[in-house]
Design a protein around this ligand. Structure first.
Ligand code: DLL
Length: 432
């Protein structure tokens, strides 16, 4: 197996990959059209038939699938097999309206497991590893997705699930966990609690972290690596397209998409027109091998860029940039588009004085948008007094102005006053 879990697929020549993708796309559009009334209606309304798909380019003529389409067809509208064949149902973590459902046959779970194992293997995880899985174990796809993948590799898995941070640290220390699965923000929560308990995680056997489920910047990755003494890897995915396992970072931190399972496109989120490789836009995904829930051109709302470049890891799988954020998380303040991750990037450059925890507040005064960002002082800064704090608030704010172009006042708050996350962090309070 060497460096690859599945060398054939991970290093397949582009021409071969595209042949395979076309074959699978043809099957999937046909399956979706025949089995799911939503697709019959939406294809008919757009005047396309499965037989019209003759080349990969032709997928661009097919209609998109939106999150709202999944909601309107809740609960069984997107399930294409009978319940006898359904082996599992996952539900997304969304907080408004009906949840998003994902159906799996036994084979779907097997393929998902393979996608996970492939990514974990690329990140250096091997059968002798002891992995602590703090992704929530239940309806959320993170818990079971990572569980299955690491079990398939043959690791010793601790299915800790989320929360009870002191117990996490105890388990990590007592069992000598070598790998941690968590959201990036929960990793920071664990690191901070360990420091409070007088334990140095850098001296634990922990060597790899597999993080995902929320946007995080390269500076945040470096902060985690430094505080935990590990290599911080990444996984990207979404419930609708099976869960984690859509893409994974390789040894060179490049995110490779499992494109033999998922066909990616980038579109302009406003005009909905396809964009060429190298352009930033919304990621649109089509499942290539799923049986229980085919999804055609699903609009993820995630903003990224696709790249087909040579990678030092040797994989030929297409690459995507780190997700900048979701188009629906984009803040429009005083007419300027901002992603929380852009603010994070700047805050993190002051990490010698402030903690990597922040909260963005938005209010409206008359017609004016008011934005402020709370950042948490490190204890030394807090003890250094008001003058020093004011000075730093000004410096961060100036840096934000230089980069983003609007005035963003910073409020430095007391240590430990920003709520800590055990899963996906809430970064924005929008009261407009
Ligand atoms: O978060 C699946 C997952 C679990 C991925 C564990 C990675 C690790 P959902 O709850 O359906 O599924 O949320 C999916 O989370 O559309 C992105 O907006 C965001 N997201 C997931 N991974 C990343 C990442 C899981 N690495 C939504 N970077 C997606 C940025 C991410 N955003």
């Amino acid at each position: 197996m060497g460096d690859y879990w599945d060398e054939r697929w991970e290093t397949l020549e582009l021409e071969e990959m595209e042949k395979f993708q076309l074959l699978r796309l043809k099957e999937q559009v046909k399956w979706a059209y025949e089995k799911i009334p939503f697709y019959k209606h939406s294809f008919d309304a757009k005047g396309v038939k499965p037989a019209d798909l003759e080349s990969l380019e032709d997928i661009k003529n097919f209609p998109f699938t939106l999150k709202t389409d999944l909601r309107y067809n809740y609960p069984f509208g997107f399930c294409s097999v009978s319940m006898d064949e359904v082996a599992r149902i996952h539900v997304s973590s969304g907080t408004t309206g009906k949840p998003i459902i994902s159906f799996y046959t036994k084979e779907d779970i097997d393929q998902w497991t393979e996608c996970m194992a492939r990514g974990l293997w690329a990140q250096g995880i091997r059968p002798n590893d002891i992995v602590q899985n703090t992704y929530s174990m239940g309806l959320f796809t993170g818990g079971l997705g990572f569980h299955q993948g690491s079990e398939r590799i043959g690791c010793a898995v601790i299915p800790a699930s989320a929360g009870i941070t002191e117990r996490q640290i105890m388990l990590m220390e007592d069992f000598g966990a070598t790998v941690l699965f968590s959201t990036p923000t929960y990793a920071l929560t664990i690191a901070e609690r360990a420091e409070k308990l007088g334990k140095d995680i850098r001296k634990f056997p922990l060597k790899i972290g597999c993080f995902g489920a929320e946007p995080w910047t390269v500076s945040m990755r470096k902060e985690i690596e430094q505080r935990m003494g590990i290599k911080a890897h990444e996984h990207y995915g979404l419930t609708e397209l099976m869960g984690p396992g859509v893409s994974f970072s390789c040894e060179d931190y490049k995110l490779h998409i499992n494109e033999d399972h998922i066909y990616p496109e980038i579109i302009d989120p406003v005009t909905e027109k396809p964009l060429p490789l190298g352009s930033q836009g919304e990621l649109v995904l089509t499942a290539l091998q799923r049986k229980a829930m085919p999804l055609i051109r699903y609009r993820t709302r995630d903003i990224t860029t696709l790249r087909r470049e040579e990678c030092s890891c040797g994989r030929r799988l297409i690459m995507m940039d780190k997700v900048l954020g979701r188009s629906d998380d984009m803040l429009i303040v005083k007419g300027v588009n901002i992603f929380p991750s852009q603010i994070e990037d700047i805050i993190m450059s002051f990490s010698d004085m402030i903690e990597p925890h922040y909260l963005i507040h938005l209010k409206r005064k008359g017609y004016m948008d008011i934005i402020t960002v709370d950042c948490e002082a490190k204890i030394d800064l807090f003890n250094a007094g008001k003058e020093k704090i004011k000075e730093l608030e000004k410096s961060i704010s100036n840096r934000l102005f230089e980069t983003i172009g609007i005035d963003i006042p910073i409020r430095i708050v007391e240590p430990e006053s920003i709520i800590r996350s055990e899963g996906k962090a809430k970064r924005v309070i929008d009261e407009r």
